[in-house]
Design a protein around this ligand. Sequence first.
Ligand code: XIL
Length: 669
Amino acid sequence: MPTAPVLVKTFVPAIISLMMVAALSACSGSDDNSSAQGNQNPDIGTDSPSVPVEPTTDSDPGNDPGSAPNNPSLPSANLLPPLPATPLSPAPGPDDEPTDVNRPVTAINRFFLVEDPPRRIEPVSAFALNDDDFNAGTPEPVISAPNGFDTTTNAAPYFDGISNREVFAGQTLEVLFRPLDDDGGLPGMFPNSLPEGASFSDNFNGTKTFRWMPLQGDVGITTITITAVDSEEPFYRSAQTILIRVNEPEDLSTIPNFPPVVNNVRNHTVRVGDPVVFELKGSDRNSTYPTVEVPNPPPGATVVPHYIFDEVTVLRFTPDEPGVVEFDVVARDADDPSLTGSSTVSTTVEAAAEFVLPGKRLRALAGERDFHLGFAALQGFYHQADGALYSDLAGLEFNLVSTENSMKWGYINPEPGTFRWADADNVIAFAKHYNQVVHGHPMIWHRQLPLWLYETPTNTLQGHMREFIDRLAQRYGDDVAIWDVVNEPIADEGGFRPSLWFNAMGEDYIDIAFRQARESDPDGILLLNEYDIAWDTPKTATLFPLLESLQQKGTPLDGVGFQLHIDAKFDLFDEVEANFQRAADMGLDIYVTELDVAITDADTTEADQANVYERILDICLRQPRCKALQLWGFTDQYSWRRGQSPLVFDAAYKPKPAYFALQRRLGED
Ligand code: XIL
């Protein structure tokens, strides 16, 4: 197995370090410099061959005459106050520790997997409503208007005769929405969101009707919000929420029973000899779980219940010859066994030799030039039927792996005191097995957060943020070389994104997050990661001043992650090159963190896509500060933009022209 080249932090120019010291001494009021902090190059890399990060000298000092000596020390005044001794949210404990898998439930047999403790986690909505809320009446409408719009000369539209409503599960509720405007004119309207199975239809007389038959699972209080739109100014709006109380009928048989469906299972390509594992499940609108049966399993298959979830059936087999393997899945209603839904699952089996490619592997070519080529690992890829092929190809082609979803806060820590580490642990185990560097993504982001954070008092959010950064770093710091510390802080129209974090701390949250990350993982390479900043956009215009101000504050920022979710028509390569140079000139390293190139229409081809991949790689390879290029996935089978086939292997794991373009360019000087 080839080794992955060493990734090291490179440091900001001396002038900036000096400014940092000055700025920090100016603002330091604390003499608490005694707590452990991490500027002494503690033990990294030595006991962890897959992440061979070592402190070394700047890899290209000649390129940056202003570089400071490679001394990671920040002034001690830079310390944040210690984290509270009593944690703000319960710390992970032994009950959260994953355990070894010893069941035939995954498609991996190459490395050791762990699983989270068997438990069901259903985070309660932070915004759950109760009878008091219902009895308090219909909320006031929320009025919004364009900036500078004079609301005194134009009355907002409103709804006539609106009230909270009640209905029994199994009955149909109808609510008429009649928007009025005292200035005359007929306001428009639209629903902000609708519950499952509801409709909102036009009566063609200026009114619309909301119609919904809630079922068992809807019992409780829910809301709908309909927005009325001023007839003259389309952004002058009034959003009206009503509460709906769904009651359980005494006679449950009055609720219609709908047949279940089998949850979608996509078709897969696997190799002869691979362990193939399907987790099969059905759903039912009535909120019961159907049982799942496989009447015609493939020869030699085992069919067993899932080790935690009764409603999941696990089917496992090892194909021994090429061909197509098909089986049917039947979901049977929990209350009425005569009600069923079914679907057919098809798996293409090919000889292992079909996946042997010409030329050198991408990771070998990258390694020869001391470059990092990475991919984002699908969360729980080992629970996919084609997990064996997925992991072997990913191990063969890449020397760097990022975590697509498995380190996100909402997943790791869904409720205070509950931690799900197994998926991230397994990515680390995968990386160790294949000797890959790990990129931890993301520490602080405005999305995929746990619901409980939204009901956490604002003045404690800074503490929670620091605590979470510390927990990630404590657990993974030895194995993760690079961190996306702050992800997507910039709004699409420029300026700071109004997120939970920004709202709580203003722009300071960025600096604080980085300082905490440095304190908790002194040797991590710390990135600010963002999309639509590689070419000139309103976001780019915010990015560079932000980077400058962070450097002036002494924020321990090592580089910028340029996400690069683009499409095959992309042609702003000159701007990308210039913006990379701009970051490099600031002494920052560049990481292409999330490259994928969507095919968005019939006019663009895989050849166009290949060209875009090659041009981006070329820019990165010609830029000494561009340290790595990571794809956001590697097979179209599991891309978050699957419909637009944006990756370098197709859904059947066959290389696309983009693969060969990367291979060719990596092989050139
Ligand atoms: C995406 C994942 O790929 C999806 O599976 C998930 O549903 C949403 O998030 N920028 C980021 C990534 O920083 O975390 C996002 O990943 C893609 C955009």
